[in-house]
Design a binder for this molecule. Structure first.
Ligand code: PLP
Length: 435
C-alpha cells in the first residue's frame, strides 16, 4: 500500500468505519485516520514511518510517554510467566494496595478490563446498596458505553451528533436522569422530586469529554451533600483524571480545599493500567463487599486483573512520582500559554479551559466571553475552526485529538524537543483556524 487512504479503505472493508472505537475515525475533523505502527516517548509513528509528536497519549494512559522502558520490561517479564491465569494473583493485591495508598476511600478495589465496566459495576453496586433504580448523570459527561450511561454523553457521541444511541431501550434510558453540569439548582430539584428513587449521582470528577469543563468551586461538594442527605451514593468517575492530574487524581487536587468531598465509589481506568486493558472501582468495604462472591451484586471478567495489565499498572504507578506530575503540569501550562498566544495573534476568539494538567480549546466569541460551564455551552462553540487547526497541526507532525470535544494529553516524556516542535507548528495552525 502506498498511501493512508488505501490503508483506510482496506480497513473499512473489514471493520466498521475502519476503526475499533468511533472517535478514531476522524469523523468530526474529516480526512483519513492515521494508522499507527509504533510509539515511543512523546511520539507516535505511522505505518509509513512518519513521526508525530503525540497529544493524545492513547486518550490518557500514557502518562509516562509511550513504551516507557521500565513499564515494557515489567510487561515482558509478566508475559514470560504466562498471559492469563483466570486465578487470583498477588500482583492484583499489590496494585489494589497502591491505589488505596493514593486514594484511601478506595478501601477495597475490584478490577475490570475497561472503564465502561468499572462505571457500569459502580452503578450496579449503587442500585444493589440502595434498592433504588434511578441514576443521575450530567449531560456531556462520558462514563463509557453501557446502556444506562449512554444518554447525552460527550466525546464520541457528541462528535457524532447522536442524542444517545440506537439499540438502547427506552427502559434502560428511562431510569437515567440527565441534568446540566455545574447546576446545583437542577440537582436540588431532581432530589426534591425523585429523591427516594435516586440510587446515585455519577459524575466525572472534572469533566473532560465535552472539552474540559472544570467543576465550579463547591460543585462536587454539593453533589456529596445532596446525595448524603437523600441516602443516595456519589460515584466519582476518575477513569480519565485518576492518577493523571495528580497522584490522587482530581479528588486529591480538591480534597485540600474547604469544599473537600469524598465519594462513595470511585472509578479508575487509563493511567491505572499503564496502557494495558485495566480499570477499577473502589470504595469502602461495606459497599465493595456487596460484590460477588461476598454479596449479591454480580460482576465478573475472564481477563479481569490480567497479569500483564496489573504489571503495567504497578510499574506505572510506582514511576508516577511527584516529579512526573510536576513535569506534566509544567509542559501543560506552557502549551496552554502558547496555544492562547498563537490564537490571539491570529485573531481567533477562543478560551483555553483547564482542569489540572488537562486542557482543551473552545472556539468562538461565545466561549471566549462567558466560558463553558456545561454541555450546552460546549456545543455553541465554533467547532469548525478546530478542523482547520487540527489538520494544520497534523501536517506539521503534531497529532492532536481528532475532536474538539477531547482533552489534550501530555506526558512526562514530552521534552523540550517535542514541545519545540509543537510550538513551531502553532502559528500556522492558528492562522488556519482564523479562515
Ligand atoms: N469514564 C470516563 C470519564 C472516560 O473518559 C472513559 C473513556 O474515555 C470511560 C469512563 C470509559 O472507559 P473505557 O473506554 O476504558 O471503557
Amino acid at each position: 500500500m502506498t498511501d493512508m487512504a488505501e490503508v483506510y479503505a482496506r480497513a473499512c472493508a473489514v471493520i466498521p468505519g475502519g476503526v475499533s472505537s468511533p472517535v478514531r475515525a476522524f469523523g468530526s475533523v474529516g480526512g483519513t485516520p492515521v494508522f499507527l505502527a509504533s510509539a515511543s516517548g512523546p511520539h507516535v509513528v505511522d505505518v509509513f514511518g512518519r513521526r508525530y509528536v503525540d497529544l493524545v497519549c492513547s486518550w490518557g494512559p500514557a502518562l509516562l510517554g509511550h513504551a516507557h522502558p521500565e513499564v515494557v520490561a515489567a510487561v515482558t517479564d509478566a508475559a514470560a510467566r504466562g498471559l492469563s491465569f483466570g486465578a487470583p494473583t498477588t500482583a492484583e493485591v499489590e496494585l489494589a494496595e497502591l491505589i488505596r495508598g493514593r486514594v484511601p476511600s478506595a478501601e477495597k478495589v475490584r478490577f475490570t478490563s475497561t472503564g465502561t465496566e468499572a462505571t457500569m459495576t459502580a452503578i450496579r453496586v449503587a442500585r444493589g446498596a440502595t434498592g433504588r433504580d434511578v441514576i443521575v448523570k450530567f449531560a456531556g459527561c462520558y462514563h463509557g458505553h453501557s446502556d444506562a450511561l449512554l444518554a447525552a454523553a460527550g466525546s464520541g457521541v457528541a462528535t457524532a451528533g447522536l442524542p444517545g444511541s440506537a439499540g438502547v431501550t427506552r427502559a434502560a434510558a428511562s431510569d437515567t436522569l440527565v441534568l446540566p453540569y455545574n447546576d446545583v439548582a437542577a440537582l436540588e430539584a431532581a432530589f426534591a422530586e425523585r429523591g427516594d428513587d435516586i440510587a446515585c449521582v455519577i459524575t466525572e470528577a472534572a469533566p473532560a469529554n465535552m472539552g474540559v469543563v472544570p467543576p465550579a468551586p463547591g460543585f462536587n461538594a454539593a453533589i456529596r451533600a445532596l446525595t448524603s442527605a437523600h441516602g443516595a451514593l456519589m460515584i466519582s468517575d476518575e477513569v480519565l483524571t485518576g492518577f493523571r492530574v495528580g497522584p490522587a487524581g482530581w479528588w486529591g487536587l480538591e480534597s485540600d480545599e474547604a469544599a473537600g468531598w469524598t465519594p462513595d465509589l470511585v472509578t479508575f481506568g487509563k493511567v491505572v493500567g499503564g496502557g494495558m486493558p485495566l480499570a477499577a472501582l473502589g470504595g469502602p468495604a461495606a459497599l465493595m463487599d456487596l460484590l460477588a462472591p461476598l454479596g449479591p451484586v454480580y460482576q465478573a471478567g475472564t481477563l479481569s486483573g490480567n497479569p500483564l495489565a496489573t504489571a503495567a499498572g504497578i510499574a506505572t504507578l510506582r514511576l508516577a512520582d511527584d516529579a512526573v506530575y510536576a513535569h506534566v503540569d509544567r509542559v501543560s501550562a506552557e502549551l496552554q500559554d502558547e496555544v492562547a498566544a498563537a490564537l490571539d495573534a491570529a485573531g481567533v476568539a477562543h478560551r483555553v479551559q483547564r482542569a489540572g494538567n488537562l486542557f482543551s480549546v473552545f472556539f468562538g466569541e461565545h466561549a471566549a466571553g462567558e466560558g463553558v460551564a456545561n454541555y450546552a455551552a460546549a456545543q455553541r462553540q465554533e467547532a469548525f475552526r478546530y478542523t482547520a487547526f487540527f489538520h494544520a497541526m497534523l501536517d506539521a507532525g503534531v497529532a492532536l485529538p481528532p475532536s474538539v470535544y477531547e482533552a489534550w494529553f501530555l506526558s512526562s516524556a514530552h521534552d523540550d524537543a517535542a514541545m519545540g516542535r509543537i510550538a513551531a507548528a502553532l502559528p500556522a495552525a492558528a492562522r488556519a483556524a482564523a479562515s
